[in-house]
Design a protein around this ligand. Structure first.
Ligand code: DGY
Length: 327
């Protein structure tokens, strides 16, 4: 359905961080009265100060929007738009109490995150970084039948913990490589949405069957610290662990110990606890592929996120129901 898309000149919007040019343009086209918080002011205090007189603030995961933030939010602010799929950094209850609407993008980044997951899957199972390092260091002494043996994907089981939009896109891609997909979710999905993946309710059975375990669940009270020492001990020996959701799903001490002991053969991690100050021990383990939280870092996803937020803000202002409205 077409919206009345006249520009909203009188609606001041603040971007709490620089976005890709295409994304800024998407906001600017609808909200010409757009300001971008300068780098040196990008703190919670800076956002609150700049938000005076502003009607909508677009924030990123850089900012933890806690109760204090919402209590200190200037009265002018009606809408907080999250430029992220995750919202574990936002106190939704406090937003509700403050009477501010919170909206996030609809499902526009699953393809990008799933693509990156496949990159991590291949990078870990085929030991890509070890190969790159070997060549770059000049230490490669020629072809050898035993050099950097990895594992073929066909026939292996990919266990997906959190079968949301991202998990399902990874499932489709991994099946094209001949992998079998098991998944664990709060509830089993309807058959047509499951798309050939098998629901496994029991944690022990799920983990014991994984050649590769992917963490793609939102960070909630239930999923936090999911991959702890006990669950790692249930994993199939030599399994590979991938995490593209949130670092908080993993007990770092336990995973690092298992990697060092060779019980877990490798890890592909795009997210960490305390980013960017990740546990430095990860960087000393050759079988770890560590990325700087770039799952949704494509022009397509980042532009679509802006388009979706613009649409969401507009709908809220028109009093329409918005599927991705959290408060
Ligand atoms: C997301 O969209 O949640 C990404 O993790 C980065 O914000």
């Amino acid at each position: 359905e077409a919206l009345v898309s006249s520009r909203m000149d009188a609606f001041p919007v603040l971007l709490a961080e620089e976005l890709p040019v295409e994304a800024i343009r998407a906001f600017q086209n609808m909200f010409p009265n757009l300001s971008i918080l300068p780098t040196q002011e990008q703190t919670l205090g800076g956002v609150l100060e700049a938000a005076k007189g502003v009607r909508a603030v677009v924030t990123t995961v850089k900012y933890r929007l806690d109760r204090q933030f919402f209590q200190a939010l200037p009265d002018s602010v009606q809408i907080i738009a999250l430029y992220s799929a995750g919202h574990d950094h936002v106190d939704i209850e406090a937003a509700r109490e403050r009477g501010v609407a919170v909206v996030k993008p609809c499902n526009v980044l699953a393809d990008s995150v799933a693509d990156l997951t496949i990159a991590l899957l291949l990078a870990t199972t085929r030991r890509l970084l070890e190969g790159v390092d070997l060549v770059r260091s000049g230490g490669w002494s020629g072809w050898s039948p035993t050099l950097l043996l990895g594992r073929e994907l066909r026939g292996q089981v990919l266990g997906i913990y959190g079968m949301g939009n991202i998990g399902r896109e990874v499932s489709t891609r991994a099946q094209a490589f001949g992998m079998n997909i098991a998944y664990k979710n709060r509830t089993p999905l309807p058959r047509d949405i499951e798309g050939g993946a098998r629901f496994v309710a029991d944690d022990k059975e799920f983990l014991a069957g994984c050649d590769v375990l992917l963490l793609s669940a939102a960070c909630t009270a239930m999923t936090r610290n999911y991959l702890n020492a006990e669950r790692i001990s249930w994993l199939k020996p030599g399994a590979v662990v991938l995490n593209v959701s949130r670092g908080e799903l993993v007990d770092d001490d336990a995973l690092i110990a298992a990697l060092l002991a060779g019980e877990v053969a490798g890890a592909g991690l795009d997210v960490f606890q305390n980013e960017p100050a990740l546990d430095a021990r990860y960087l000393t383990i050759p079988s770890v592929v560590a990325l700087p939280h770039i799952g949704s870092a494509t022009l397509e996803a980042r532009t679509a996120m802006a388009d979706s937020l613009v649409d969401g803000i507009e709908r809220i202002l028109l009093g329409q129901t918005v599927a991705q409205q959290l408060a």
